[in-house]
Write a protein that binds this ligand. Sequence first.
Ligand SMILES: O=c1[nH]c(=O)c2[nH]c(=O)[nH]c2[nH]1
Length: 284
Amino acid sequence: MGIVLGPNRYGKAETRVVRVVRDGERHELRDLNVSVALSGDLDATHVSGDNAGVLPTDTQKNTVYAFAKEHGIDQPEDFGLRLARHFVATQPTVHSARVHIEQYGWHRLGPHSFQRDGAETRTATVTVDGAGEWVVAGLADLVLLNSTDSEFWGYVKDPYTTLPETKDRVLATAVSARWRFASTTVDWAASYAGVRAALVAAFVETYSYSLQQTLYTMGRRALEERPEVVEVRLALPNKHHLLVDLSPFGLDNPNEVFVAADRPYGLIEGTVRRSDAPSYDGAF
Ligand SMILES: O=c1[nH]c(=O)c2[nH]c(=O)[nH]c2[nH]1
């Protein structure tokens, strides 16, 4: 009984590309997850390890980033067609290219501020104990992004530091916030809307030198605008957007094409509270 190679394909899956179009103050944002799968005359690499016909998946990923810069991203169908045609037209061994794209929706909060569609959750935690009644409201997975007005520099450099300083970066986070009330007689709906609006406004309006600074301004603004709230606890993952080096392809990249890295990520956590209202861990 003989053994033969059956159907096969290969490619780079889930290239996360974020394209910012900078039209002066007003930016546009495209956020895609691109998966490429190529097939054709690829028996040799499987059967004997001869890679002469293999376009590396790393090259496929680079092509996604380079095309995002050179041609921009308008409709995902057009972007997919451009990529798929390119692989089939330029690689003699590739007879079929399948490009699957997920586009994440964002809506505008300001000229260069955006909120990811969907995903957001409202939470409520109630505790009744010997010390009293406590209500903590919150939200999770509120994904926000500023495509400019964020710097990060002046930090410690030790022998293991490689991070370049930046005067202009993308700042993005998935806000997890929980806030404690002074009493149990509150207009919960109005309060929730007010705290949420304060958190979002502070994120959008803060010119940021660190996510830590943004965290503090968010908590502070919620407390300033909502007297019924005494303590805000925030957890802000730094959803890193890393600038892609397009110079090997003769392309510049003035903060336009980014890798949206999912892990590892910085996690910035902090409490902002009224000085006359001590934290009460039992409520959270
Ligand atoms: O806003 C930031 N805070 C940090 O502490 C940090 N660390 C890092 O690598 N990048 C960032 N960004």
